[in-house]
Write a protein that binds this ligand. Structure first.
Ligand code: 9Z3
Length: 321
């Protein structure tokens, strides 16, 4: 089924209920950092859902946990960026991503003394927790990290457009790092039933439609001066570079980070008009817990610095946050 236009998509799909609240937060954040001439990065992270009912019980989802986006947000903060972390509700977040599941509880000791009970961090865990907690507290004290959350693909697009339009004023200091796994398919609003589908009605036939490509208006209209990095995910290696290069030629943005589902946390290729630059972590680096995002972000920060006409970021910012 052919995709409609992006204008049609926004005309048909109403903004999410918390849209104005999020828009105000984004506006305040962008204006505050613009005052100081800070660089601002929009990091999108996690997967979008495709609701199958308006009162949503079931939805189509994808694999993304938000590992890439959450880790990258931390590295952008280290490079002095103000970070808008636009993420799937309940996906991984910067800093806390390091202590998921039972990891945090395993670091704690409980001294049960009735009303004087205390909880302490185990001595051998202090060295693990303290540096992360320090960076978390520094980012929040500086007001350098804003979280906004989406769930469905239409919530994602509403937030994306709002963030881009507000970042237009940031000019070339804005960087877009579009790492979210956004569904290519959806069920248009008028084809989605209001209530939970009933098994008594027999097996449902669900036809997915193509989502309009938002990268075109994003690059040309919403945030034309920004340094835009998109991501391309494939499972067939033969398609990876040709499709990344085709996207770059079609949308004329600055870079595509190409990655394979199976190896995405050890290997990526930064595809720009002039080159393919492969980044690979060695087995030792993976075992040592090195994040590939640290390398990706350093390279992108350097390229963004050149785009701004300043060879040595992050000293481009005129004032500390
Ligand atoms: C990516 O390719 C990201 O690197 C991953 C990160 C989603 C693979 P995780 O969240 O995974 O760390 O588990 N993101 C973009 C994927 C995508 O949907 N790209 C579209 C495409 O390939 C175009 S924007 O067609």
């Amino acid at each position: 089924m052919a995709s409609g236009s992006w204008e049609e998509f926004f005309a048909v799909h109403l903004p999410p209920t918390d849209f104005e609240d999020n828009r105000s937060l984004l506006k305040e954040f962008c204006e505050r950092h613009d005052q100081y001439g800070n660089k601002i990065v929009l990091v999108t992270s996690g997967g979008t859902t495709v609701p199958l009912e308006h009162n949503t019980v079931r939805f189509v989802d994808n694999f993304s946990a938000g590992t890439r986006g959450a880790a990258s947000a931390e590295y952008f903060l280290e490079h002095g960026y103000a970070v808008i972390f636009m993420h799937r509700q309940k996906s991984l977040e910067p800093f806390t991503r390091n202590f998921t599941g039972q990891k945090l509880f395993d670091m704690l000791d409980l001294q049960d003394r009735g009303p004087n009970t205390t909880i302490t961090v185990k001595q051998d865990s202090v060295f693990v927790l303290a540096p992360v907690l320090q960076r978390y507290q520094a980012a929040h004290a500086a007001g350098a990290l804003l979280h906004v959350a989406f769930t469905s693909v239409s919530e994602y697009f509403w937030l994306l457009r709002a963030a881009c339009e507000l970042l237009a004023r940031t000019g070339p200091r804005a960087l877009l790092y579009l790492a979210a796994a956004v569904s290519d398919f959806y069920v248009p609003k008028d084809r989605v039933p209001t209530h939970k589908m009933q098994s008594a009605s027999g097996p449902p036939v669900i036809q997915l439609h193509l989502v309009p490509k938002m990268l075109a208006p994003l690059v040309n209209l919403w945030v034309p001066e920004a340094y835009v990095v998109s991501f391309k995910l494939e499972t067939d290696e033969n398609l990876l570079i040709p499709k990344a290069r085709a996207a770059l030629e079609k949308y004329k943005h600055k870079m595509v980070v190409a990655n394979m589902l199976q190896t995405r946390h050890q290997r990526v290729i930064l595809v720009t008009p002039d080159a393919n630059q492969e980044i690979v972590l060695s087995r030792e680096e993976v075992h040592a817990g090195i994040d590939i995002e640290g390398v990706i972000v350093s390279d992108i920060v350097r390229a963004h610095g050149a785009h701004m006409g300043c060879g040595a970021p992050p000293s481009c910012a005129r004032s500390p946050r």
